[in-house]
Design a protein. Structure first.
Lengths: 322, 503
């Protein structure tokens, strides 16, 4: 038995040395795992499953990617795990949500920051939009701004929680318009926040474009403005906040992509960074994403690094007063 | 009547095969402690990628229906509720099994599940537009009062002493505060990294119910006389049907409460069974028999938790708002095929919508048939010697709590809560009120905070929480519930001797 164990240990060591000696040319040699820090069925989980479904193809990574859900505390549980406990061997990937994890790391109480992870590629960008109930008296962003300026702190506005894209958008609106809204974070994510708008519990809401697009298509809400730099292809008739008179940029856009924990070998990062964006461009992936109403925005590793740095700066400034 | 037109689609060979697969698979998954309906449905989602939209939904719908009912099997035979929906089932179901009536309890539970379930789906078919308005009527203030109503029944739930019931309810409320608070982002009582995400309800459920059982079984296993497994007497299905017909009141209360509570987004599934159990106890002339293996309690709980399945999908199908975690997973299953729930679903894809709803109707009946077959085999499960059973249950408990979020942290939480509960049970506390506190705490708290934020931005606290028909109605029910409990407590005190109180 002892001999057997020793033999197995030597064989294992042999395996690992060959893997690193050839500059990770054979990577990946076994299936990989991607951690999603939100529950099964949520938007991030749903999109992560679609964009990784072609990973096993020969022209992509050649090995499948399994999704591992580690939900809890607005994503903090999963990201804490990825930063602290996950093995940086290239077989453990993670999905990121910006601005969420960067804003959380600025507010503290977590074991990660933007420096704990290495981005690989971005797959989606879901801008925050301002919605009101279908019977609301507000028809444009100007109507809302006029009301807020006349009634400071009276416009109840629902969003998915604190320090998520929706909250950032509300803070940016307040700053741009020099006004005060009443931001109401809901438990239960974007769906609960949307319910509050449809049911009339609140006067307005900030929500994901993808969810709002569905709700508007069903005739339950009106979408007044998009917090992004350009109009969205799903909603060509809805103006950006900037067009409508509020100087709000794309800092609240919910970017979703793939990252690995810091310490992953550079050879593996390079290989992933070269392959993964192509995997996202696969026509089966783009077709499913479009059908599901999920806006795609593929960015390479270098572009994501720049985006993370820019977000961190904006968020530090925005959250300084809170 | 549009739905009848699409009935044929359910019976095409592939669709019906999927329906059978979903039902049988769901029963097995549901009977496994720790595999909640939400997880079972989430596990199946990747398989639906390859199927057509209607076929995928048939599989998911059947699995949802039968996992809820399947949870009763472990609740009755092992006293481990498969999901929060089955907590109330343990109270009378497991005591029946201890008396040797395990087969009867299972038959009753599947029959009443089917009756409740069919009623719930019929509501979904005929009253969806009306129900959608009702689902939206519950704002933060109403949900707060509803949670308080739940708190008022904590004391009288499965406990000989109201004080002990309230105390364990308080422990549950405290446990619920652990973790990151979702609304304000504050960190509370996180003294170990495993607690960062708070106490997961499924892990807690397994720990609180299964571990004391396991310890007791191991302890008995040391003695020769206690090693005997529980007996299961054979029971004819006909007998179960007549028993069910005798208990029309419990059946009606369970079905109605389940349907109404199931509608309310975010609350429904978890407390439907408990509320129905409590209500039928209050309306029953045999209320003293509840908790001692009384069929009425079992029937109310099981009909309620399956009646909730249909209405819980109303907010999703009409407004595109998932009202429960399971509904959120189903939403993913629809979106993957490019179908948006809401008017789009019924106008442009009626074949998908109605085939799905019809398959749930048929699924309820199939579930009942297979369930009754399972009930016949219950005797075999119960013949496993206790020492072996303890090992199996312990294994399932670890597996179940780990698989909820693939986290060892949940296993530690499960184990420590379980050991704590073992000692609490020895002092006469019981797990059901504790779990109810754990479920209701976050609902009451988050809705109170949200409500007060909205109130302070608008008309102020008192008008927001204390006016409006629905608020006043809920407050009246809360007061009635408290007065009733007080009255019952006083009345029973009068007949209790000092010695009995001391005990």
């Amino acid at each position: 038995m002892k001999k057997l164990l020793a033999g197995a240990a030597i064989a294992l060591m042999g395996l690992t040395t060959t893997a690193s000696a050839d500059g990770h040319a054979n990577y990946p040699e076994r299936p990989m795992m991607m951690m999603v820090s939100y529950g099964a069925g949520g938007a991030t989980d749903f999109q992560a499953r679609i964009v990784t479904m072609t990973a096993g193809n020969e022209d992509a990574l050649g090995m499948p990617i399994a999704i591992l859900n580690k939900p809890g505390a607005g994503g903090r549980v999963g990201w804490n795990w990825l930063a602290g406990q996950a093995e940086a061997d290239g077989y453990t990937l993670g999905a990121y949500n910006v601005p969420h994890f960067i804003a959380q790391s600025i507010k503290g109480g977590v074991e990660y920051s933007a420096d704990s992870f290495e981005p690989i590629a971005n797959w989606g960008a879901d801008p925050a939009v301002l919605v009101v109930g279908k019977d609301s008296e507000f028809n444009t962003l100007e109507d809302v701004v006029t009301f807020v300026k006349a009634n400071p702190g009276k416009l109840t506005t629902s969003g998915a929680g604190l320090f998520v894209g929706h909250h950032i958008a509300a803070l940016q609106m307040e700053k741009a318009g020099d006004m005060k809204m009443a931001y109401i974070p809901t438990k239960g994510g974007g769906a609960a926040a949307m319910k509050a708008v449809i049911a009339g519990d609140v006067m307005a809401g900030i929500n994901n474009l993808s969810d709002a697009y569905r709700a508007a298509a069903a005739g339950n809400v009106k979408i007044l403005a998009v917090a992004d730099l350009e109009r969205n292809e799903f909603l060509p008739d809805v103006p950006t906040m900037k067009e409508a008179g509020l100087d709000v940029d794309n800092a609240s856009v919910n970017f979703r992509g793939v990252m690995v924990p810091k310490g992953t070998p550079q050879g593996i990062i390079d290989k992933l960074a070269a392959t993964v964006p192509m995997m996202f461009e696969n026509s089966r992936v783009t077709g499913k994403m479009k059908a599901g109403g999920s806006p795609m925005h593929v960015m390479t590793r270098d572009e994501v690094l720049a985006m993370w740095a820019a977000r961190e700066e904006t968020l530090k400034e925005l959250l300084a007063g809170l | 009547m549009e739905f009848i037109y699409y009935f044929g689609d359910v019976f095409t060979p592939i669709n019906f095969g999927l329906l059978l697969l979903g039902t049988i698979g769901g029963l097995i998954l549901g009977a496994t402690p720790g595999l909640s309906p939400t997880m079972a449905v989430a596990l199946l989602i990747p398989f639906t990628f390859q199927l057509e939209a209607a076929q995928g939904l048939i599989l998911l719908g059947a699995a949802y229906t039968s996992t809820v009912a399947g949870g009763a099997v472990s609740a009755i035979l092992l006293k481990i509720p498969g999901a929060p929906a089955n907590i109330a089932t343990t109270l009378d179901g497991h005591t029946m099994a201890l008396k040797g009536e395990g087969a009867k309890a299972l038959q009753l539970s599947f029959l009443s599940s089917a009756v409740g379930g069919v009623f719930g789906v019929l509501l979904l078919i005929f009253l969806t537009p009306v129900l959608a308005k009702w689902a939206l009527a519950f704002g933060p203030s109403h949900l707060f009062w509803l949670a308080i109503l739940g708190v008022t029944v904590i004391g009288s739930l499965d406990s000989n002493s109201v004080v002990k019931g309230l105390l364990s309810g308080c422990i549950g409320l405290w446990l619920a505060t652990i973790g990151f608070d979702d609304i304000m982002g504050a960190q509370r009582f996180i003294f170990h990294p495993s607690l960062g995400g708070g106490i997961n309800i499924i892990a807690a459920l397994i720990g609180l119910f299964a571990i004391p059982q396991v310890i007791t079984m191991f302890a008995k296993g040391r003695k020769d006389d206690g090693a005997e497994a529980i007996q299961v007497q054979k029971h004819p299905i006909k007998g179960a049907i007549t028993e069910l017909l005798r208990n029309k009141r419990a059946m009606g209360i369970g079905t109605l409460t389940g349907s109404i509570i199931g509608l309310i987004p975010g609350v429904g599934g978890q407390i439907a069974g408990l509320v129905a159990y409590d209500q039928s106890k209050k309306f029953s002339p045999d209320r003293d028999k509840f908790g001692t293996g009384h069929p009425e309690g079992l029937i109310a709980a099981e009909s309620a938790n399956n009646a909730m399945v249909g209405p819980s999908l109303v907010p999703l199908l009409t407004l595109s708002i998932p009202g429960s975690p399971t509904a959120a997973v189903l939403l993913g299953g629809l979106l993957i095929h490019g179908i948006f729930p809401g008017t789009d679903l019924f106008d442009n894809h009626p074949d998908v919508a109605w085939t799905f709803i019809n398959s749930m109707l048929i699924g309820q009946i199939l579930m009942c048939i297979f369930g009754l077959y399972v009930a016949g085999m219950a005797a075999k499960v119960a013949q496993v010697p206790q020492s072996m059973m303890a090992a199996i249950v312990l294994g399932l408990a670890v597996f179940g709590s780990y698989s909820v979020q693939s986290s060892m942290g949940d296993v530690y939480v499960m184990a420590s809560l379980g050991v704590m509960m073992y000692f609490l049970e020895r002092f006469g506390f019981s797990a059901a009120p504790l779990v109810l506190g754990l479920i209701l705490g976050p609902i009451a708290e988050s809705n109170f905070i949200q409500g007060s934020m909205i109130a302070s931005a608008t008309d102020g606290m008192a008008p927001y929480f204390l006016t409006g028909t629905l608020n006043l109605f809920l407050i009246a029910v809360v007061i009635a519930s408290i007065l009733y409990s007080g009255y019952m407590e006083l009345r029973s005190r009068r007949y209790t001797s000092k010695e009995e109180i001391m005990e």
